[in-house]
Design a protein around this ligand. Structure first.
Ligand SMILES: [Zn+2]
Length: 73
């Protein structure tokens, strides 16, 4: 029973973690100077190899990125 409960907790963490972290970060592309909310249409089009993840708007701005005009992060 204990093992089952642990398994359930791990499973829940794996499912929930990406959701909560996705809300707290911003996505940019190595091919452009814009950064987006991960939910933005344009953020979805960024290829994984070009994806740059920022933890805050300040971090993105410091790296020389400007807010996307579509999702307005
Ligand atoms: Zn955007």
């Amino acid at each position: 029973m204990k093992v089952q409960r642990l398994f359930l907790a791990v499973l829940l963490a794996v499912i929930l973690l990406p959701c909560t972290t996705a809300l707290a970060e911003y996505w940019g592309s190595k091919k452009s100077d814009k950064f987006h909310y991960p939910s933005c249409t344009w953020a979805q089009k960024i290829k994984p190899e070009n994806l740059v993840v920022f933890q805050s708007k300040e971090e993105a701005a410091k790296a020389g990125y400007v807010p996307c005009k579509v999702c307005k992060p």
